[in-house]
Ligand binder design. Structure first.
Ligand SMILES: C[S@@+](CC[C@H](N)C(=O)[O-])C[C@H]1O[C@@H](n2cnc3c(N)ncnc32)[C@H](O)[C@@H]1O
Length: 214
């Protein structure tokens, strides 16, 4: 199921063409070639915008892949920011450093080759933004861990929370058994949490935006 009408999405993409530059285009080309699930340009801009809107300086990513979403957070936090990347695949660490260095996004980066929830537990302090994009079975635990580590006024952001619309349908084919239920559980926990005001921005595959207010 297309969440956004493809023509509308194409129109929106035409409005972010000014971000074209060799490193970003290179990452997008690699994702296409390898069929690797990056957030894409429209969600990337959304991540940057939301992080900038709260003056974010300290960001923790759960599930960084080869650094595409981190590219957008790097633009937001600037050279005096601090960005933590996590991925279980060590090849992604090398690729992310190579891309982000070439992009001249000069800021302290720390890549944890580890399970994201474990890496968060091992990293001290609160964050302005925790962003989640790991395997979807892990979403409920990622939220439980992240919710405690975001400062009041900070954001929890999470990709794929509409999961091609499967969260709203019964009896649909699920390529990964249990993932739809895990995303539903994650979304319901966030919606019920009175420490956060949250909504799902239905761009691409749905982005959870939850602002900590208490
Ligand atoms: C959808 S991709 C991330 C894409 C990235 N956020 C982007 O937009 O460029 C998911 C990544 O999370 C990693 N991953 C999956 N489960 C994980 C976990 N529990 N902890 C850390 N990384 C995980 C995978 O290896 C994969 O590279």
């Amino acid at each position: 199921m297309d969440i956004v009408n493809p023509q509308v999405e194409e129109y929106m993409r035409s409005l972010v063409a000014r971000y074209d530059e060799p490193v970003l285009l290179g990452m997008e080309a690699e994702a296409k070639e390898r069929d690797f699930p990056i957030v894409g340009r429209l969600v990337g801009v959304t991540l940057e915008l939301l992080a900038r809107s709260i003056g974010a300086k300290r960001v923790f990513e759960m599930g960084s892949g080869f650094g595409y979403s981190a590219y957008w957070f790097s633009r937001a936090v600037g050279p005096d920011g601090e960005l933590h990347l996590t991925d279980t695949d060590p090849e992604n660490e090398m690729k992310a450093f190579a891309y982000l260095e070439r992009a001249n996004l000069d800021l302290p980066l720390r890549f944890h080759v580890s399970d994201a929830v474990e890496a968060l537990a091992e990293t001290l302090g609160d964050f302005d933004v925790v962003y989640c994009d790991i395997d979807k079975a892990g979403y409920p635990d990622a939220w439980k861990a992240a919710a405690e580590r975001i400062r009041v006024g900070g954001l929890y952001l999470c990709d794929n929370v509409l999961w091609s619309g499967r969260v709203a349908q019964e009896g649909v084919t699920e390529p990964h058994p249990g993932w739809t239920e895990a995303i539903r559980e994650h979304n319901a926990m966030i919606a019920a949490d009175e420490r956060y005001v949250s909504t799902i921005v239905p761009t691409r595959d749905g982005v959870m935006v939850a602002l900590r207010i208490a």
